[in-house]
Unconditional design. Structure first.
Lengths: 146, 64
Protein backbone atom coordinates (compact mmCIF):
# COMPACT_ATOMS: atom_id res chain seq x y z
CA UNK A 1 0.00 0.00 0.00
CA UNK A 2 1.35 3.40 -0.94
CA UNK A 3 0.72 6.14 1.60
CA UNK A 4 1.47 9.69 0.49
CA UNK A 5 3.29 11.94 2.92
CA UNK A 6 1.16 14.68 4.48
CA UNK A 7 1.88 18.36 4.00
CA UNK A 8 2.56 20.57 6.99
CA UNK A 9 3.27 24.29 7.21
CA UNK A 10 6.92 25.27 7.20
CA UNK A 11 8.20 28.63 8.30
CA UNK A 12 10.34 29.77 5.36
CA UNK A 13 12.40 31.91 7.74
CA UNK A 14 13.60 28.75 9.47
CA UNK A 15 17.02 27.92 8.02
CA UNK A 16 16.29 24.21 8.24
CA UNK A 17 13.47 24.49 5.71
CA UNK A 18 15.63 26.25 3.12
CA UNK A 19 12.93 28.78 2.27
CA UNK A 20 10.16 26.21 1.77
CA UNK A 21 6.66 27.02 3.01
CA UNK A 22 5.48 23.41 2.91
CA UNK A 23 7.16 20.37 4.39
CA UNK A 24 6.25 16.74 3.72
CA UNK A 25 5.93 14.39 6.67
CA UNK A 26 5.61 10.57 6.65
CA UNK A 27 2.45 10.15 8.69
CA UNK A 28 0.07 7.21 8.72
CA UNK A 29 -3.58 7.22 9.73
CA UNK A 30 -4.04 4.77 12.59
CA UNK A 31 -6.55 3.83 15.25
CA UNK A 32 -5.85 2.83 18.82
CA UNK A 33 -8.02 0.21 20.50
CA UNK A 34 -8.22 -0.12 24.27
CA UNK A 35 -10.39 -3.02 25.38
CA UNK A 36 -13.48 -2.43 23.23
CA UNK A 37 -13.01 1.30 22.75
CA UNK A 38 -11.54 2.46 19.44
CA UNK A 39 -10.20 5.91 18.75
CA UNK A 40 -11.08 7.95 15.73
CA UNK A 41 -8.50 7.85 12.95
CA UNK A 42 -5.52 10.02 13.78
CA UNK A 43 -2.18 10.82 12.21
CA UNK A 44 0.99 9.29 13.63
CA UNK A 45 4.55 9.81 12.44
CA UNK A 46 6.43 6.84 10.99
CA UNK A 47 9.80 7.15 12.73
CA UNK A 48 12.32 4.35 12.34
CA UNK A 49 14.62 6.21 14.74
CA UNK A 50 12.25 5.62 17.63
CA UNK A 51 12.54 2.30 19.43
CA UNK A 52 9.04 2.46 20.87
CA UNK A 53 5.66 3.48 19.61
CA UNK A 54 4.35 6.39 21.59
CA UNK A 55 1.01 8.11 21.83
CA UNK A 56 -0.15 11.28 23.44
CA UNK A 57 -1.74 10.53 26.81
CA UNK A 58 -4.78 12.51 25.74
CA UNK A 59 -5.84 9.69 23.42
CA UNK A 60 -5.32 6.93 25.98
CA UNK A 61 -7.25 8.84 28.61
CA UNK A 62 -10.18 9.33 26.24
CA UNK A 63 -10.26 5.57 25.65
CA UNK A 64 -10.43 4.82 29.36
CA UNK A 65 -6.80 4.08 30.16
CA UNK A 66 -5.52 5.04 33.58
CA UNK A 67 -2.24 6.24 32.16
CA UNK A 68 -0.18 6.27 35.34
CA UNK A 69 -1.06 2.65 36.17
CA UNK A 70 1.16 1.55 33.29
CA UNK A 71 4.79 0.50 33.50
CA UNK A 72 6.75 3.67 34.09
CA UNK A 73 9.81 4.56 32.07
CA UNK A 74 11.70 7.65 31.05
CA UNK A 75 11.72 9.24 27.63
CA UNK A 76 14.75 10.97 26.21
CA UNK A 77 15.61 12.16 22.75
CA UNK A 78 18.59 13.11 20.67
CA UNK A 79 18.41 16.71 21.80
CA UNK A 80 19.39 17.41 25.40
CA UNK A 81 16.51 18.56 27.53
CA UNK A 82 14.05 17.61 30.17
CA UNK A 83 13.23 13.93 30.36
CA UNK A 84 9.62 12.93 30.70
CA UNK A 85 7.84 10.02 32.32
CA UNK A 86 6.10 7.63 29.95
CA UNK A 87 3.78 4.81 30.88
CA UNK A 88 3.53 1.61 28.86
CA UNK A 89 0.27 -0.22 28.25
CA UNK A 90 -0.72 -3.14 26.07
CA UNK A 91 -3.10 -1.82 23.44
CA UNK A 92 -4.19 -2.74 19.95
CA UNK A 93 -3.15 -0.73 16.94
CA UNK A 94 -4.94 -0.63 13.60
CA UNK A 95 -2.66 0.18 10.67
CA UNK A 96 -3.54 -0.24 7.00
CA UNK A 97 -6.35 -2.67 7.79
CA UNK A 98 -4.30 -4.82 10.18
CA UNK A 99 -4.92 -4.96 13.92
CA UNK A 100 -2.25 -6.21 16.32
CA UNK A 101 -1.28 -5.87 19.95
CA UNK A 102 1.65 -3.71 20.95
CA UNK A 103 3.21 -2.34 24.09
CA UNK A 104 2.84 1.41 23.60
CA UNK A 105 4.13 4.30 25.65
CA UNK A 106 1.90 7.20 26.63
CA UNK A 107 3.39 10.62 27.20
CA UNK A 108 1.46 13.74 28.15
CA UNK A 109 3.74 16.21 26.35
CA UNK A 110 4.21 14.43 23.04
CA UNK A 111 4.47 16.99 20.24
CA UNK A 112 2.29 14.92 17.92
CA UNK A 113 -0.60 12.51 18.42
CA UNK A 114 1.61 9.49 17.88
CA UNK A 115 5.02 8.21 16.84
CA UNK A 116 5.23 4.79 15.23
CA UNK A 117 8.58 3.24 16.07
CA UNK A 118 10.51 0.05 15.42
CA UNK A 119 8.47 -1.81 18.01
CA UNK A 120 4.89 -1.24 16.96
CA UNK A 121 5.24 -0.47 13.24
CA UNK A 122 8.51 -1.55 11.67
CA UNK A 123 8.45 -5.05 13.19
CA UNK A 124 5.09 -5.61 11.47
CA UNK A 125 5.64 -3.90 8.12
CA UNK A 126 8.37 -3.34 5.61
CA UNK A 127 8.38 0.39 5.01
CA UNK A 128 10.04 1.93 1.98
CA UNK A 129 10.35 5.68 2.11
CA UNK A 130 10.17 7.34 -1.27
CA UNK A 131 10.67 11.07 -0.79
CA UNK A 132 11.73 11.73 -4.39
CA UNK A 133 8.33 11.26 -6.02
CA UNK A 134 5.67 13.95 -6.21
CA UNK A 135 3.92 13.72 -3.87
CA UNK A 136 6.46 11.90 -1.74
CA UNK A 137 5.20 8.78 -0.02
CA UNK A 138 5.98 5.44 1.49
CA UNK A 139 5.17 1.88 0.57
CA UNK A 140 4.16 -0.34 3.46
CA UNK A 141 3.70 -4.10 3.31
CA UNK A 142 2.50 -6.27 6.18
CA UNK A 143 4.94 -8.87 7.43
CA UNK A 144 3.65 -12.19 8.68
CA UNK A 145 6.22 -14.22 10.57
CA UNK A 146 5.91 -17.94 11.13
CA UNK B 1 -7.86 18.14 -0.11
CA UNK B 2 -4.74 19.40 -1.83
CA UNK B 3 -1.40 19.83 -0.07
CA UNK B 4 -1.86 23.59 -0.17
CA UNK B 5 -5.42 23.41 1.23
CA UNK B 6 -4.20 21.18 4.04
CA UNK B 7 -1.36 23.55 4.92
CA UNK B 8 -3.79 26.47 4.97
CA UNK B 9 -6.12 24.48 7.24
CA UNK B 10 -3.30 23.67 9.67
CA UNK B 11 -2.05 27.26 9.68
CA UNK B 12 -5.56 28.44 10.52
CA UNK B 13 -5.76 25.90 13.33
CA UNK B 14 -2.47 27.09 14.76
CA UNK B 15 0.26 25.21 16.58
CA UNK B 16 -0.16 22.84 19.53
CA UNK B 17 -3.86 22.14 19.15
CA UNK B 18 -6.00 19.07 18.51
CA UNK B 19 -8.23 19.32 15.47
CA UNK B 20 -10.81 17.02 13.90
CA UNK B 21 -10.98 17.37 10.14
CA UNK B 22 -13.70 16.50 7.66
CA UNK B 23 -11.45 15.43 4.81
CA UNK B 24 -14.20 15.50 2.19
CA UNK B 25 -15.16 19.07 2.96
CA UNK B 26 -11.64 20.18 3.82
CA UNK B 27 -12.93 21.74 7.02
CA UNK B 28 -12.08 21.69 10.68
CA UNK B 29 -15.14 20.29 12.49
CA UNK B 30 -13.67 20.12 15.99
CA UNK B 31 -10.79 21.58 17.93
CA UNK B 32 -9.54 21.82 21.46
CA UNK B 33 -6.73 21.33 23.91
CA UNK B 34 -7.36 17.58 24.11
CA UNK B 35 -8.17 14.74 21.74
CA UNK B 36 -11.51 14.23 23.49
CA UNK B 37 -12.55 17.86 23.09
CA UNK B 38 -11.86 17.89 19.37
CA UNK B 39 -13.70 14.59 18.82
CA UNK B 40 -16.69 15.67 20.92
CA UNK B 41 -17.02 18.89 18.95
CA UNK B 42 -16.90 16.94 15.69
CA UNK B 43 -19.62 14.60 16.90
CA UNK B 44 -21.80 17.53 17.93
CA UNK B 45 -21.35 18.83 14.39
CA UNK B 46 -22.60 15.48 13.07
CA UNK B 47 -19.25 14.05 12.00
CA UNK B 48 -18.54 10.67 13.58
CA UNK B 49 -15.54 9.81 11.38
CA UNK B 50 -13.18 12.76 11.41
CA UNK B 51 -9.42 12.58 10.96
CA UNK B 52 -7.77 13.81 14.15
CA UNK B 53 -4.50 15.72 13.99
CA UNK B 54 -2.42 17.22 16.74
CA UNK B 55 -0.44 20.13 15.38
CA UNK B 56 3.15 20.47 16.64
CA UNK B 57 4.15 23.26 19.03
CA UNK B 58 5.88 25.23 16.27
CA UNK B 59 6.19 25.15 12.50
CA UNK B 60 9.92 24.55 12.86
CA UNK B 61 12.01 21.52 11.94
CA UNK B 62 11.72 18.79 14.57
CA UNK B 63 14.24 16.20 15.63
CA UNK B 64 12.56 13.45 17.59
Amino acid sequence: MRIPYASFPANPAEPGFGGASITWVPVIQVQLIVNHAASRRFEALADSGSFSTLFHSSIGTALGLKIETGQRSVLSGVVAGAEGAIYYHKVKLRVAGSIFEINAGFYESLSLAGILGRHGLFEHFTVTFDPANQPPGMEITRLYRA
Amino acid sequence: MSAEQRVKLLEEAGPDVWIAVDENKGQIVGRGETYATAVAMAEEAGNSDPLVIKTPPTWAPMVL
